[in-house]
Design a protein around this ligand. Structure first.
Ligand code: FE2
Length: 185
């Protein structure tokens, strides 16, 4: 099953929900693989590295940059209902916990790279914590906020936000390609 790219006619909520679906797919893969190797010794190193990179680059720098720095900032200027304001505050407040989880994941991954498979288990634990965090984030955003909060945006504002999303995607794609080339140079 292939995720659709953000198309010209996609809504802001639709674009973010599609990204959530990809995150959910990664969570399913990691949950399946970590269940098989509880102590972290049997999990493929490639999957560990891919999981770390996915949460760092895609989930944090791409997806959350769109939510925190673009959409939530815009909605924060709107006269939200008390219910929407409450959920927006909760979603915005997740930033601190997410940073702590990501820092722990990256630190565990550095130790794994330095010391080998005996340090796999802390990476697996940190990935599991990430999966738990994202399950809750996605449930809240998709079921209690994103679709209905779009009513605060005009068509012009949505188009502007989608344009900012695309520009960010483009920057990160080029950066990712450069990183890959540098790795093999
Ligand atoms: Fe999200």
């Amino acid at each position: 099953m292939e995720e659709k790219a953000v198309s010209e006619d996609a809504s802001v909520a639709g674009a973010l929900i599609m990204e959530h679906k990809l995150i959910e797919r990664m969570i399913r893969v990691l949950s399946r693989e970590t269940a098989a190797g509880q102590n972290g010794e049997t999990i493929a190193v490639g999957l560990l590295a891919a999981g770390v990179d996915f949460f760092n680059v895609y989930a944090d720098r791409c997806h959350h940059a769109k939510e925190d720095n673009i959409l939530f900032r815009e909605l924060g200027r709107k006269p939200l209902s008390p219910e929407h304001k409450k959920v927006l505050d909760e979603l915005t407040g997740e930033r601190h916990e997410r940073r702590i989880l990501l820092d722990a994941l990256l630190a565990a991954d550095e130790r794994r790279k330095a010391h080998g498979p005996r340090e796999n288990a802390p990476v697996v634990d940190a990935l599991k914590a990430m999966c738990k965090f994202y399950r809750a984030h996605i449930e809240k955003a998709d079921n209690h906020f994103l679709p209905s909060a779009m009513s605060y945006l005009s068509r012009e504002e949505e188009a502007l936000i989608l344009d900012k999303f695309r520009r960010l995607d483009s920057i990160l794609l080029k950066e990712n390609c450069s990183r890959q080339v540098e790795y093999f140079e």
